[in-house]
Design a protein around this ligand. Structure first.
Ligand code: MSP
Length: 506
């Protein structure tokens, strides 16, 4: 048993959440649930990033104070976590007074170490990114990520000596080749480091909506520095006791590529300066795209996940996003794709498998699962079940969420082929009782195993399958040690119920 501390980015409250935020939170939840299945001590953190220029601007546009605006928006972000059925252990807001005090103490350590100095910043700023740019970084004079013009800024700022950490960062990357995954993101961040790092401004003189710099209250802390510090800060006050020694360092910071540089370069350097251990892994998933473009408010092509989730439930949503898009790569999503995958795989493949199995056991064996014809290891499905377990385990350990689901689905399809091969209705007609018993036990056991393997991805579905198998759902029945072929007791009574995934009429 180990510990597993997983984080999502803390989302900006300048606007309402969209499917991209729901995706990261759902993916983090799959990993948190999987590690709980393993028996690990898990802490799953998410939250909101509430300071900075763009949140202040959004509030002004709405005629509200930043406080009022943030208080309203945070409700919607908490709702996303709830709607996707996330089991986050805490929800941090950067406006929490404990966080503000933590940021000041953290930054004071960096200052006392001699890593902060005063200088004048002259340059460009994109408030949608909350990031500083040089002319070279722009595309046709516009922000490469948002396609909007950055503004010219000139002010007295405090700077962090990022350049002084270049060699240590590069060394850390070389010594920890899986620090950032997938590999191409590691290469991208390392090559950025090797091109040379400039010091960065970590305060703002003109902005009011932020945390005061502890040694100069006329300035506020740069929103990114404030935000990154949420990870250790949350551990210090999420519970009555300080959880830092129990959970630090993070096992995995999960995010998309838009914020790789902040997490892969600035964050580890700040941690080194303040004397913290570095995160074990950063996993960079891809962008969900609608019509080929990244979904973003600035680009005006947002997709609201709520209607889909409200209509079909969190499980189909989680399943669709994690199955449709290879985890770690960009992928196109949309309502049509959702419906066709739902019908093909959830309604036809998984849902049908369950209802056919339950109805055949009811019809032929009075709902009680009969005994197999030999030892479980001798089952024609044993090897493929073991393969599905291995693939799911290895993939989930490796943050390969779509790979794990693929391994599980290979087994779903195998079970459906098994029904066709064995044709239990023919076995019944021919009075092949031993063979029919064997078929029915294998199918019921296959479903039990699927409930364990699918728990992290589709928790309610897993629970519903277990209920049909009269297996009490709960943490013990979905523990990873139950992911073994052959555990279903003959005599188990199956329950008939409505279809798990009623077909969507297209
Ligand atoms: N506030 C910062 C993060 C600070 S973390 C210390 C921020 N917020 S954000 O609201 O813009 O969220 C960015 C993150 O949201 C991405 O890294 C990703 O996790 C998620 N996504 C936003 N749009 C997305 C897609 N279109 N597709 C996939 N994920 C998306 O950056």
């Amino acid at each position: 048993m180990g510990k597993f501390f997983i984080t999502t980015p803390i989302y900006y409250v300048n606007d309402v959440p969209h499917i991209g935020h729901a995706y990261t939170t759902a993916a983090a939840d799959v990993l948190a649930r999987f590690h709980r299945q393993l028996g690990d001590d898990v802490f799953f953190l998410t939250g909101t990033d509430e300071h900075g220029n763009k949140v202040e601007q959004a509030a002004v546009e709405r005629g509200l104070t930043p406080w009022q605006h943030a208080d309203e928006m945070v409700v919607k972000f908490k709702e996303v976590a709830e709607k996707v059925n996330a089991t986050n252990d805490f929800f941090i807001r950067t406006t929490d007074p404990q966080h503000e005090a933590y940021v000041q103490a953290f930054l004071q350590k960096v200052y006392d170490r001699g890593d902060i100095y005063e200088n004048t910043y002259t340059g460009l700023y994109c408030s949608a990114c909350e990031a500083y740019y040089t002319e070279d970084n722009l595309v046709d004079g516009l922000c490469p990520d948002h396609g909007t013009p950055p503004v010219h800024m000139e002010e007295k700022n405090y700077f962090f000596k990022l350049s002084a950490y270049q060699d240590r960062l590069a060394r850390h990357y070389k010594e920890h080749p899986d620090f950032i995954q997938p590999r191409h993101r590691y290469n991208e961040a390392l090559s950025f480091i090797e091109q040379g790092l400039a010091d960065i401004s970590i305060s703002r003189a003109t902005l009011k909506w932020g945390i005061p710099v502890p040694w100069d209250e006329s300035q506020v802390v740069y929103v990114w520095v404030d935000a990154l510090i949420n990870y250790p800060s949350a551990l210090s006050y999420a519970r009555d006791e300080d959880l830092t020694s129990r959970f630090w360092p993070p096992s995995c910071h999960l995010m998309a590529q838009d914020i790789l540089k902040f997490h892969g370069i600035i964050w580890p350097a700040l941690l080194m300066s303040a004397g913290y251990e570095l995160p074990e892994h950063l996993f960079i998933h891809g962008y969900l795209k609608l019509g080929g473009e990244k979904i973003s408010k600035t680009r005006g092509n947002v997709m609201d996940p709520f209607p889909l989730i409200e209509q079909y439930g969190a499980d189909p949503f989680r399943f669709y996003c994690l199955r449709e898009v290879s985890f770690g790569q960009d992928g196109v999503v949309g309502e049509d794709g959702f419906k066709s995958r739902y019908n093909a795989e959830l309604a036809n493949e998984l849902g049908n498998l369950l209802s056919r199995t339950v109805s055949m056991v009811s019809k032929y064996r009075d709902a009680a699962v009969p005994a197999p014809s030999g030892p479980a290891e001798a089952s024609p499905l044993a090897a493929e079940a073991a393969a599905a377990i291995d693939v799911a385990y290895a993939s989930l350990q490796d943050f390969n969420l779509s790979g794990g689901l693929e391994g599980i689905w290979t087994f779903v399809r195998r079970l459906n082929r098994f029904v066709e091969e064995r044709a239990p209705w023919k076995q019944a007609k021919a009075g092949e009782n031993v063979a029919l018993n064997d078929t029915l036990w294998n199918l019921a056991e296959g479903l039990r195993l699927l409930a364990v393997l699918l728990h992290a991805y589709m928790p309610s579905t897993s629970e519903a399958i277990l209920e049909r198998l009269s297996i009490e759902s709960g943490t013990t029945t979905v523990k990873w040690d139950q992911a073994r072929w052959g555990l279903l007791e003959p005599g188990t009574v199956l329950m008939v119920g409505p279809p798990l995934f009623p077909r969507i009429e297209v």
